[in-house]
Design a protein. Structure first.
Ligand SMILES: *[C@@H]1O[C@H](CO)[C@@H](O)[C@H](O)[C@H]1NC(C)=O
Ligand SMILES: [Ca+2]
Length: 225
């Protein structure tokens, strides 16, 4: 009998914990910073002598109905454009259209210019309980189709908006171009479409990874409101 009561109380406590965890209210604003570590000082002869830039970063806060970027999945045309040309126009247009139509996007952010070697760029995102995910990306430029990114990152943990979070950025190959050199995106003669398209994957899985698996940047997420 005592045992049954204990079990009952335990499961009650568990249920309460679960419902408390699942509960979310309000909204938050986050600053997401990408720092570019692709400097000659850090990478020496591995990269061009002036370093590499991150193309104008773009991102969105969104619901679980949407994944703009899925590792081990195919790149969308929007992600391909960013990865190969550094232009985020298609991504931003799609994200804004989805937001306008109420289809899973709350906030769209885009940087005005590139992130120079050694420098950082901040983008700001409003999130709420239905749209707690942040995805943000940019091209490593010049490159064939290599990006830095965070994807589908949940700002809610245990029912609460997180305060801050940091991590490293490594290079990802989006699987649409087979080039292996740091070539200029305008040099179309060096375009080597990957047929068939491959999955988005860490560049380090390619034996010819020019960065040798090293960290190419850092991200810092900070709740500011
Ligand atoms: C470095 O980043 C800051 C903030 O994003 C920006 O205002 C500044 O112009 C950048 N400097 C260079 C040299 O790009
Ligand atoms: Ca590639």
């Amino acid at each position: 009998m005592i045992r049954q009561v204990t079990v009952f109380l335990l499961s009650l406590a568990l249920l309460q914990a679960v419902s408390a965890d699942g509960h979310c209210s309000g909204k938050a604003i986050y600053r997401v910073s990408f720092q570019n570590l692709l400097t000659p000082k850090n990478f020496g002869n591995l990269i061009p002598e002036n370093g590499l830039v991150f193309s104008p970063l773009a991102g969105a806060s969104h619901s679980n109905r949407i994944s703009f970027l899925t590792i081990r999945g195919f790149a969308s045309p929007q992600v391909e454009q960013i990865a190969e040309t550094g232009q985020n126009g298609r991504f931003v247009t799609l994200a804004r259209n989805l937001r306008r139509q109420g289809r899973g996007v709350l906030h769209v952010a885009a940087a005005k210019g590139p992130t120079m070697p050694g420098n950082f760029t901040n983008l700001f995102y409003a999130v709420d309980c239905a749209h707690p995910f942040i995805t943000m990306l940019g091209m490593i430029a010049p490159s064939p189709d290599w990006i830095v990114q965070i994807n589908n990152r949940n700002m809610i943990r245990d029912g609460k908006f997180i305060t801050r979070e940091s991590g490293t950025l490594i290079a990802y190959d989006v699987g649409t171009d087979s080039g292996r050199e740091f070539t200029s995106p305008v040099d179309a003669s060096l375009d080597m479409p990957t047929e068939p398209q491959m999955n988005i994957a860490p560049l380090v899985e390619d034996e010819t990874d020019r960065f040798q698996g090293r960290v190419v940047g850092r991200f810092h997420i900070q709740r500011i409101k």
